[in-house]
Design a protein around this ligand. Structure first.
Ligand code: PLP
Length: 661
């Protein structure tokens, strides 16, 4: 896909051209220091004062302080520091000020981290309390009512960055007032600017941090509103800038850029109205539902920002969806992170009680208020294209050996030549439903389904889903006897022209001749390889371990030097015409957008099917291999695996297609 569609605006946004021009003018023409008293300084001062005046108008903050900061994280620190210093002073004066620091369960991490940090540093010894949210993502006002009388500071957000859920700020204010709470109140307004109406003067809010880069200003500029009369302690001291409230020479380029964005907000006409944004979001939501019929939204759309969609597709991990979208040039983000070692579902969705599988597969799609109809049209089209790519590959012919990974454990599917019969070994429980529907879509018959170590995998779940008793089969047929090189007669299961023989805790896949499975005819071993077993050329496929495939007895090559940047990869491919460029992205990603690198077409072998191809590449070891993927992670794993298996010429494109241009 030639053009990139950026749908990750809640993470950051591009810079509005008018804002970039304003920043450039501030750097080149109006570059003075606003503290200087000469004409250059006075011009910069006028720019600074004008920007602050405009910010006051846009935020509805005629009174109180409006400071320019480096971003919301600084604004949050300043608010927390100010509140805690005030608590300390009030306590010293013997005034009641509460003993709890209450924060919403779905706050950005900057909030609880700052609370814990300053509470520890200042020795205030207040108790941190999480304010739970309901299934709709909104704060539990009944629980706030209980905490409010003891709260010294309450931190809630105007809208959540992952789900877009808009808080009931009026409801929170009402509870605080009714409970006669002594609490100061901070509202993180980062995701609200430009999307929700703000009239800070009319609220009880004491502190409101903002961040420029979430709304078309550059990174490194933000604002902090402090209500008239709310306690204030500077975070930064020095030259006395910002009337001594935030020292350090002002970031004039950032302020000028933010001013241009605020001007666009104030004058109207640049950004789309909330109603237009909502219509755009509804179209995107409809495309997503059409593309992925099983899709579920993780937050009620009626109560969310009109620019954010958080969804899961049952059976698909967020990484897979992200990779699929990325292959189609659509940049979205995961609502959660799953490393090889541990699943880390989104704490925001967890707090809403979203089931862990759904939370671990969440994807966030967000756009900014500049998005016009043409952009939304293109995004809808690409989403539908992604759905088609996924559907098209669901029933595609399987490789003979397919690996499934889930949080550090691997499972294996073995297919016959026609892709009709299949055996599942250690299928990960988390992927059982997905494997079952995939096998159904392929019209595949599951012959056996078992775990190599008792109770470790998801054979029971998969077996139940496909109506097959889990475990190594019993009886003849389907089992048949086969003689091993050791002379032992063992049970084997036919899989096309191959057999899977069970030798104690090891399962041997190979081709038998005349009722005999010779050692050199064993191609893959699953489960525990007997210490004395000599299967030259066989690859061992493990349930746990990185790499999941090994080759006992093979001299592995050092895997330190496997990186080629895009330029070096092009030079390498030119110098080695026999080299094979291998795209290790998964099938749907490939279907969404094929990989080409500097005029070279890549052979497509998904990482999940690498083990099946590795044996062939090892036999033709002289042929260099250059792996490529989206970001360089999977291709590095592929190159490292081949080196460890004994291939001396395995490389990968560091930075992947993302950096290859
Ligand atoms: N609060 C929310 C809700 C955010 O989304 C972010 C940014 O991700 C922050 C705070 C931190 O903002 P900044 O990057 O300006 O420090």
């Amino acid at each position: 896909m030639s053009t990139e569609l950026y749908l990750d605006a809640n993470a950051t946004s591009p810079v509005l051209p008018a804002a970039a021009a304003a920043a450039m003018a501030a750097m080149q023409d109006c570059f003075g220091n606003p503290s200087s008293s000469h004409a250059c300084g006075l011009r910069a001062r006028a720019l600074l004062d004008g920007a602050r005046a405009r910010a006051r108008r846009v935020l509805g903050a005629a009174s109180g302080r409006v400071l320019f900061t480096s971003g919301a994280t600084e604004g949050i620190q300043t608010a927390v520091l100010s509140a805690l210093c005030a608590v300390r002073e009030r306590r010293q004066r013997g005034e009641a000020c509460g003993d709890l620091l209450v924060y919403g369960a779905t706050e950005h991490k900057a909030v609880p981290e700052s609370l814990a940090h300053w509470n520890r540093l200042l020795g205030t010894g207040l108790e941190l309390r999480v304010l739970p949210v309901g299934a709709d993502g909104r704060h539990r006002l009944d629980l706030l009512r209980e905490l409010a009388p003891r709260a010294a500071l309450v931190c809630t957000m105007a809208a959540n960055n992952e789900t877009g859920v808009v808080s009931d700020l009026d409801g929170i204010a009402r509870v605080l007032a009714e409970a006669h709470s002594p609490a100061l109140w901070m509202v993180d307004c980062v995701q609200a600017l430009g999307k929700l109406a703000l009239a800070l003067d009319a609220t009880r809010i004491d502190y409101a941090p903002f961040s420029g880069h979430k709304l078309y200003a550059p990174k490194g500029i933000g604002m902090l509103y402090v209500r008239e009369g709310a306690p204030y302690t500077p975070l930064l001291c020095g030259g006395g800038q910002e009337a001594g409230q935030r020292s350090g020479t002002e970031n004039m380029a950032g302020i000028a850029a933010l001013d241009a964005v605020l001007q666009a907000l104030e004058e109207g006409g640049t950004f789309r109205t909330p109603a237009q944004l909502q219509a755009a979001r509804d179209r995107l939501a409809a495309s997503l539902q059409a593309a992925f019929p099983a899709l579920v939204f993780n937050a009620p759309l009626a109560q969310a920002l009109p620019t954010t969609l958080n969804f899961s597709v049952p059976g698909l991990g967020s990484k897979e969806l992200l990779d699929l979208f990325d292959a189609a040039g659509v940049r979205v983000s995961a609502g959660s992170a799953c490393s090889a070692a541990k699943a880390a579902p989104s704490y925001v969705l967890d707090a809403m009680g979203v089931p862990p599988e759904r939370s671990a597969s969440a994807v966030r799609l967000s756009f900014g208020p500049l998005a016009d109809d043409a952009f939304i049209d293109a995004a809808c089209e690409r989403i539908v294209h992604c759905g088609r790519a996924l559907a098209q590959t669901a029933g595609q012919a399987a490789a003979h050996l397919q690996q499934f990974e889930s949080c550090g454990a691997s499972g294996w599917l073995l297919f016959d030549e026609a892709g009709r019969d299949c055996i599942a070994i250690d299928p990960p429980a988390a992927l059982a439903a997905r494997i079952a529907s995939d096998l159904r879509a392929r019209g595949c018959r599951l012959l056996a389904c078992f775990d190599t170590s008792h109770g470790a995998g998801g054979a029971d779940t998969l077996g139940e889903l496909l109506g097959l008793a889990p475990g190594w089969p019993a009886g003849t047929p389907p089992l048949q006897p086969v003689r091993l090189a050791s002379g032992a007669i063992v049970d084997a299961l036919a899989l096309g022209a191959d057999i899977l023989a069970r030798d104690g805790d090891a399962y041997l896949l190979g081709r038998a001749r005349n009722g005999m499975l010779a050692s050199e005819d064993v191609r893959f071993v699953f489960g525990a390889l007997p210490a004395d077993a000599g299967y030259p050329g066989a690859l061992c496929c493990h349930r746990i371990g990185e790499p999941a495939v090994s080759r006992p007895g093979a001299a592995s090559w050092p895997d330190g030097d496997i990186d080629l940047d895009a330029g070096a990869a092009a030079a390498y491919l030119a110098a080695h015409p026999d080299a094979l460029l291998v795209d290790v992205r998964e099938l749907p990603e490939h279907a969404a957008g094929a990989a080409r690198l500097h005029g070279h077409d890549a052979r497509h072998v998904p990482l999940s099917q690498l083990a099946g191809h590795a044996a062939g590449w090892l036999r033709a070891e002289a042929r260099p291999l250059v792996f490529v993927c989206r970001s360089g992670n999977r291709s590095a794993r592929a190159a490292r695996l081949l080196r460890r298996l004994g291939h001396g010429q395995a490389w990968h494109v560091a930075g992947g297609l993302a950096l290859a241009g």
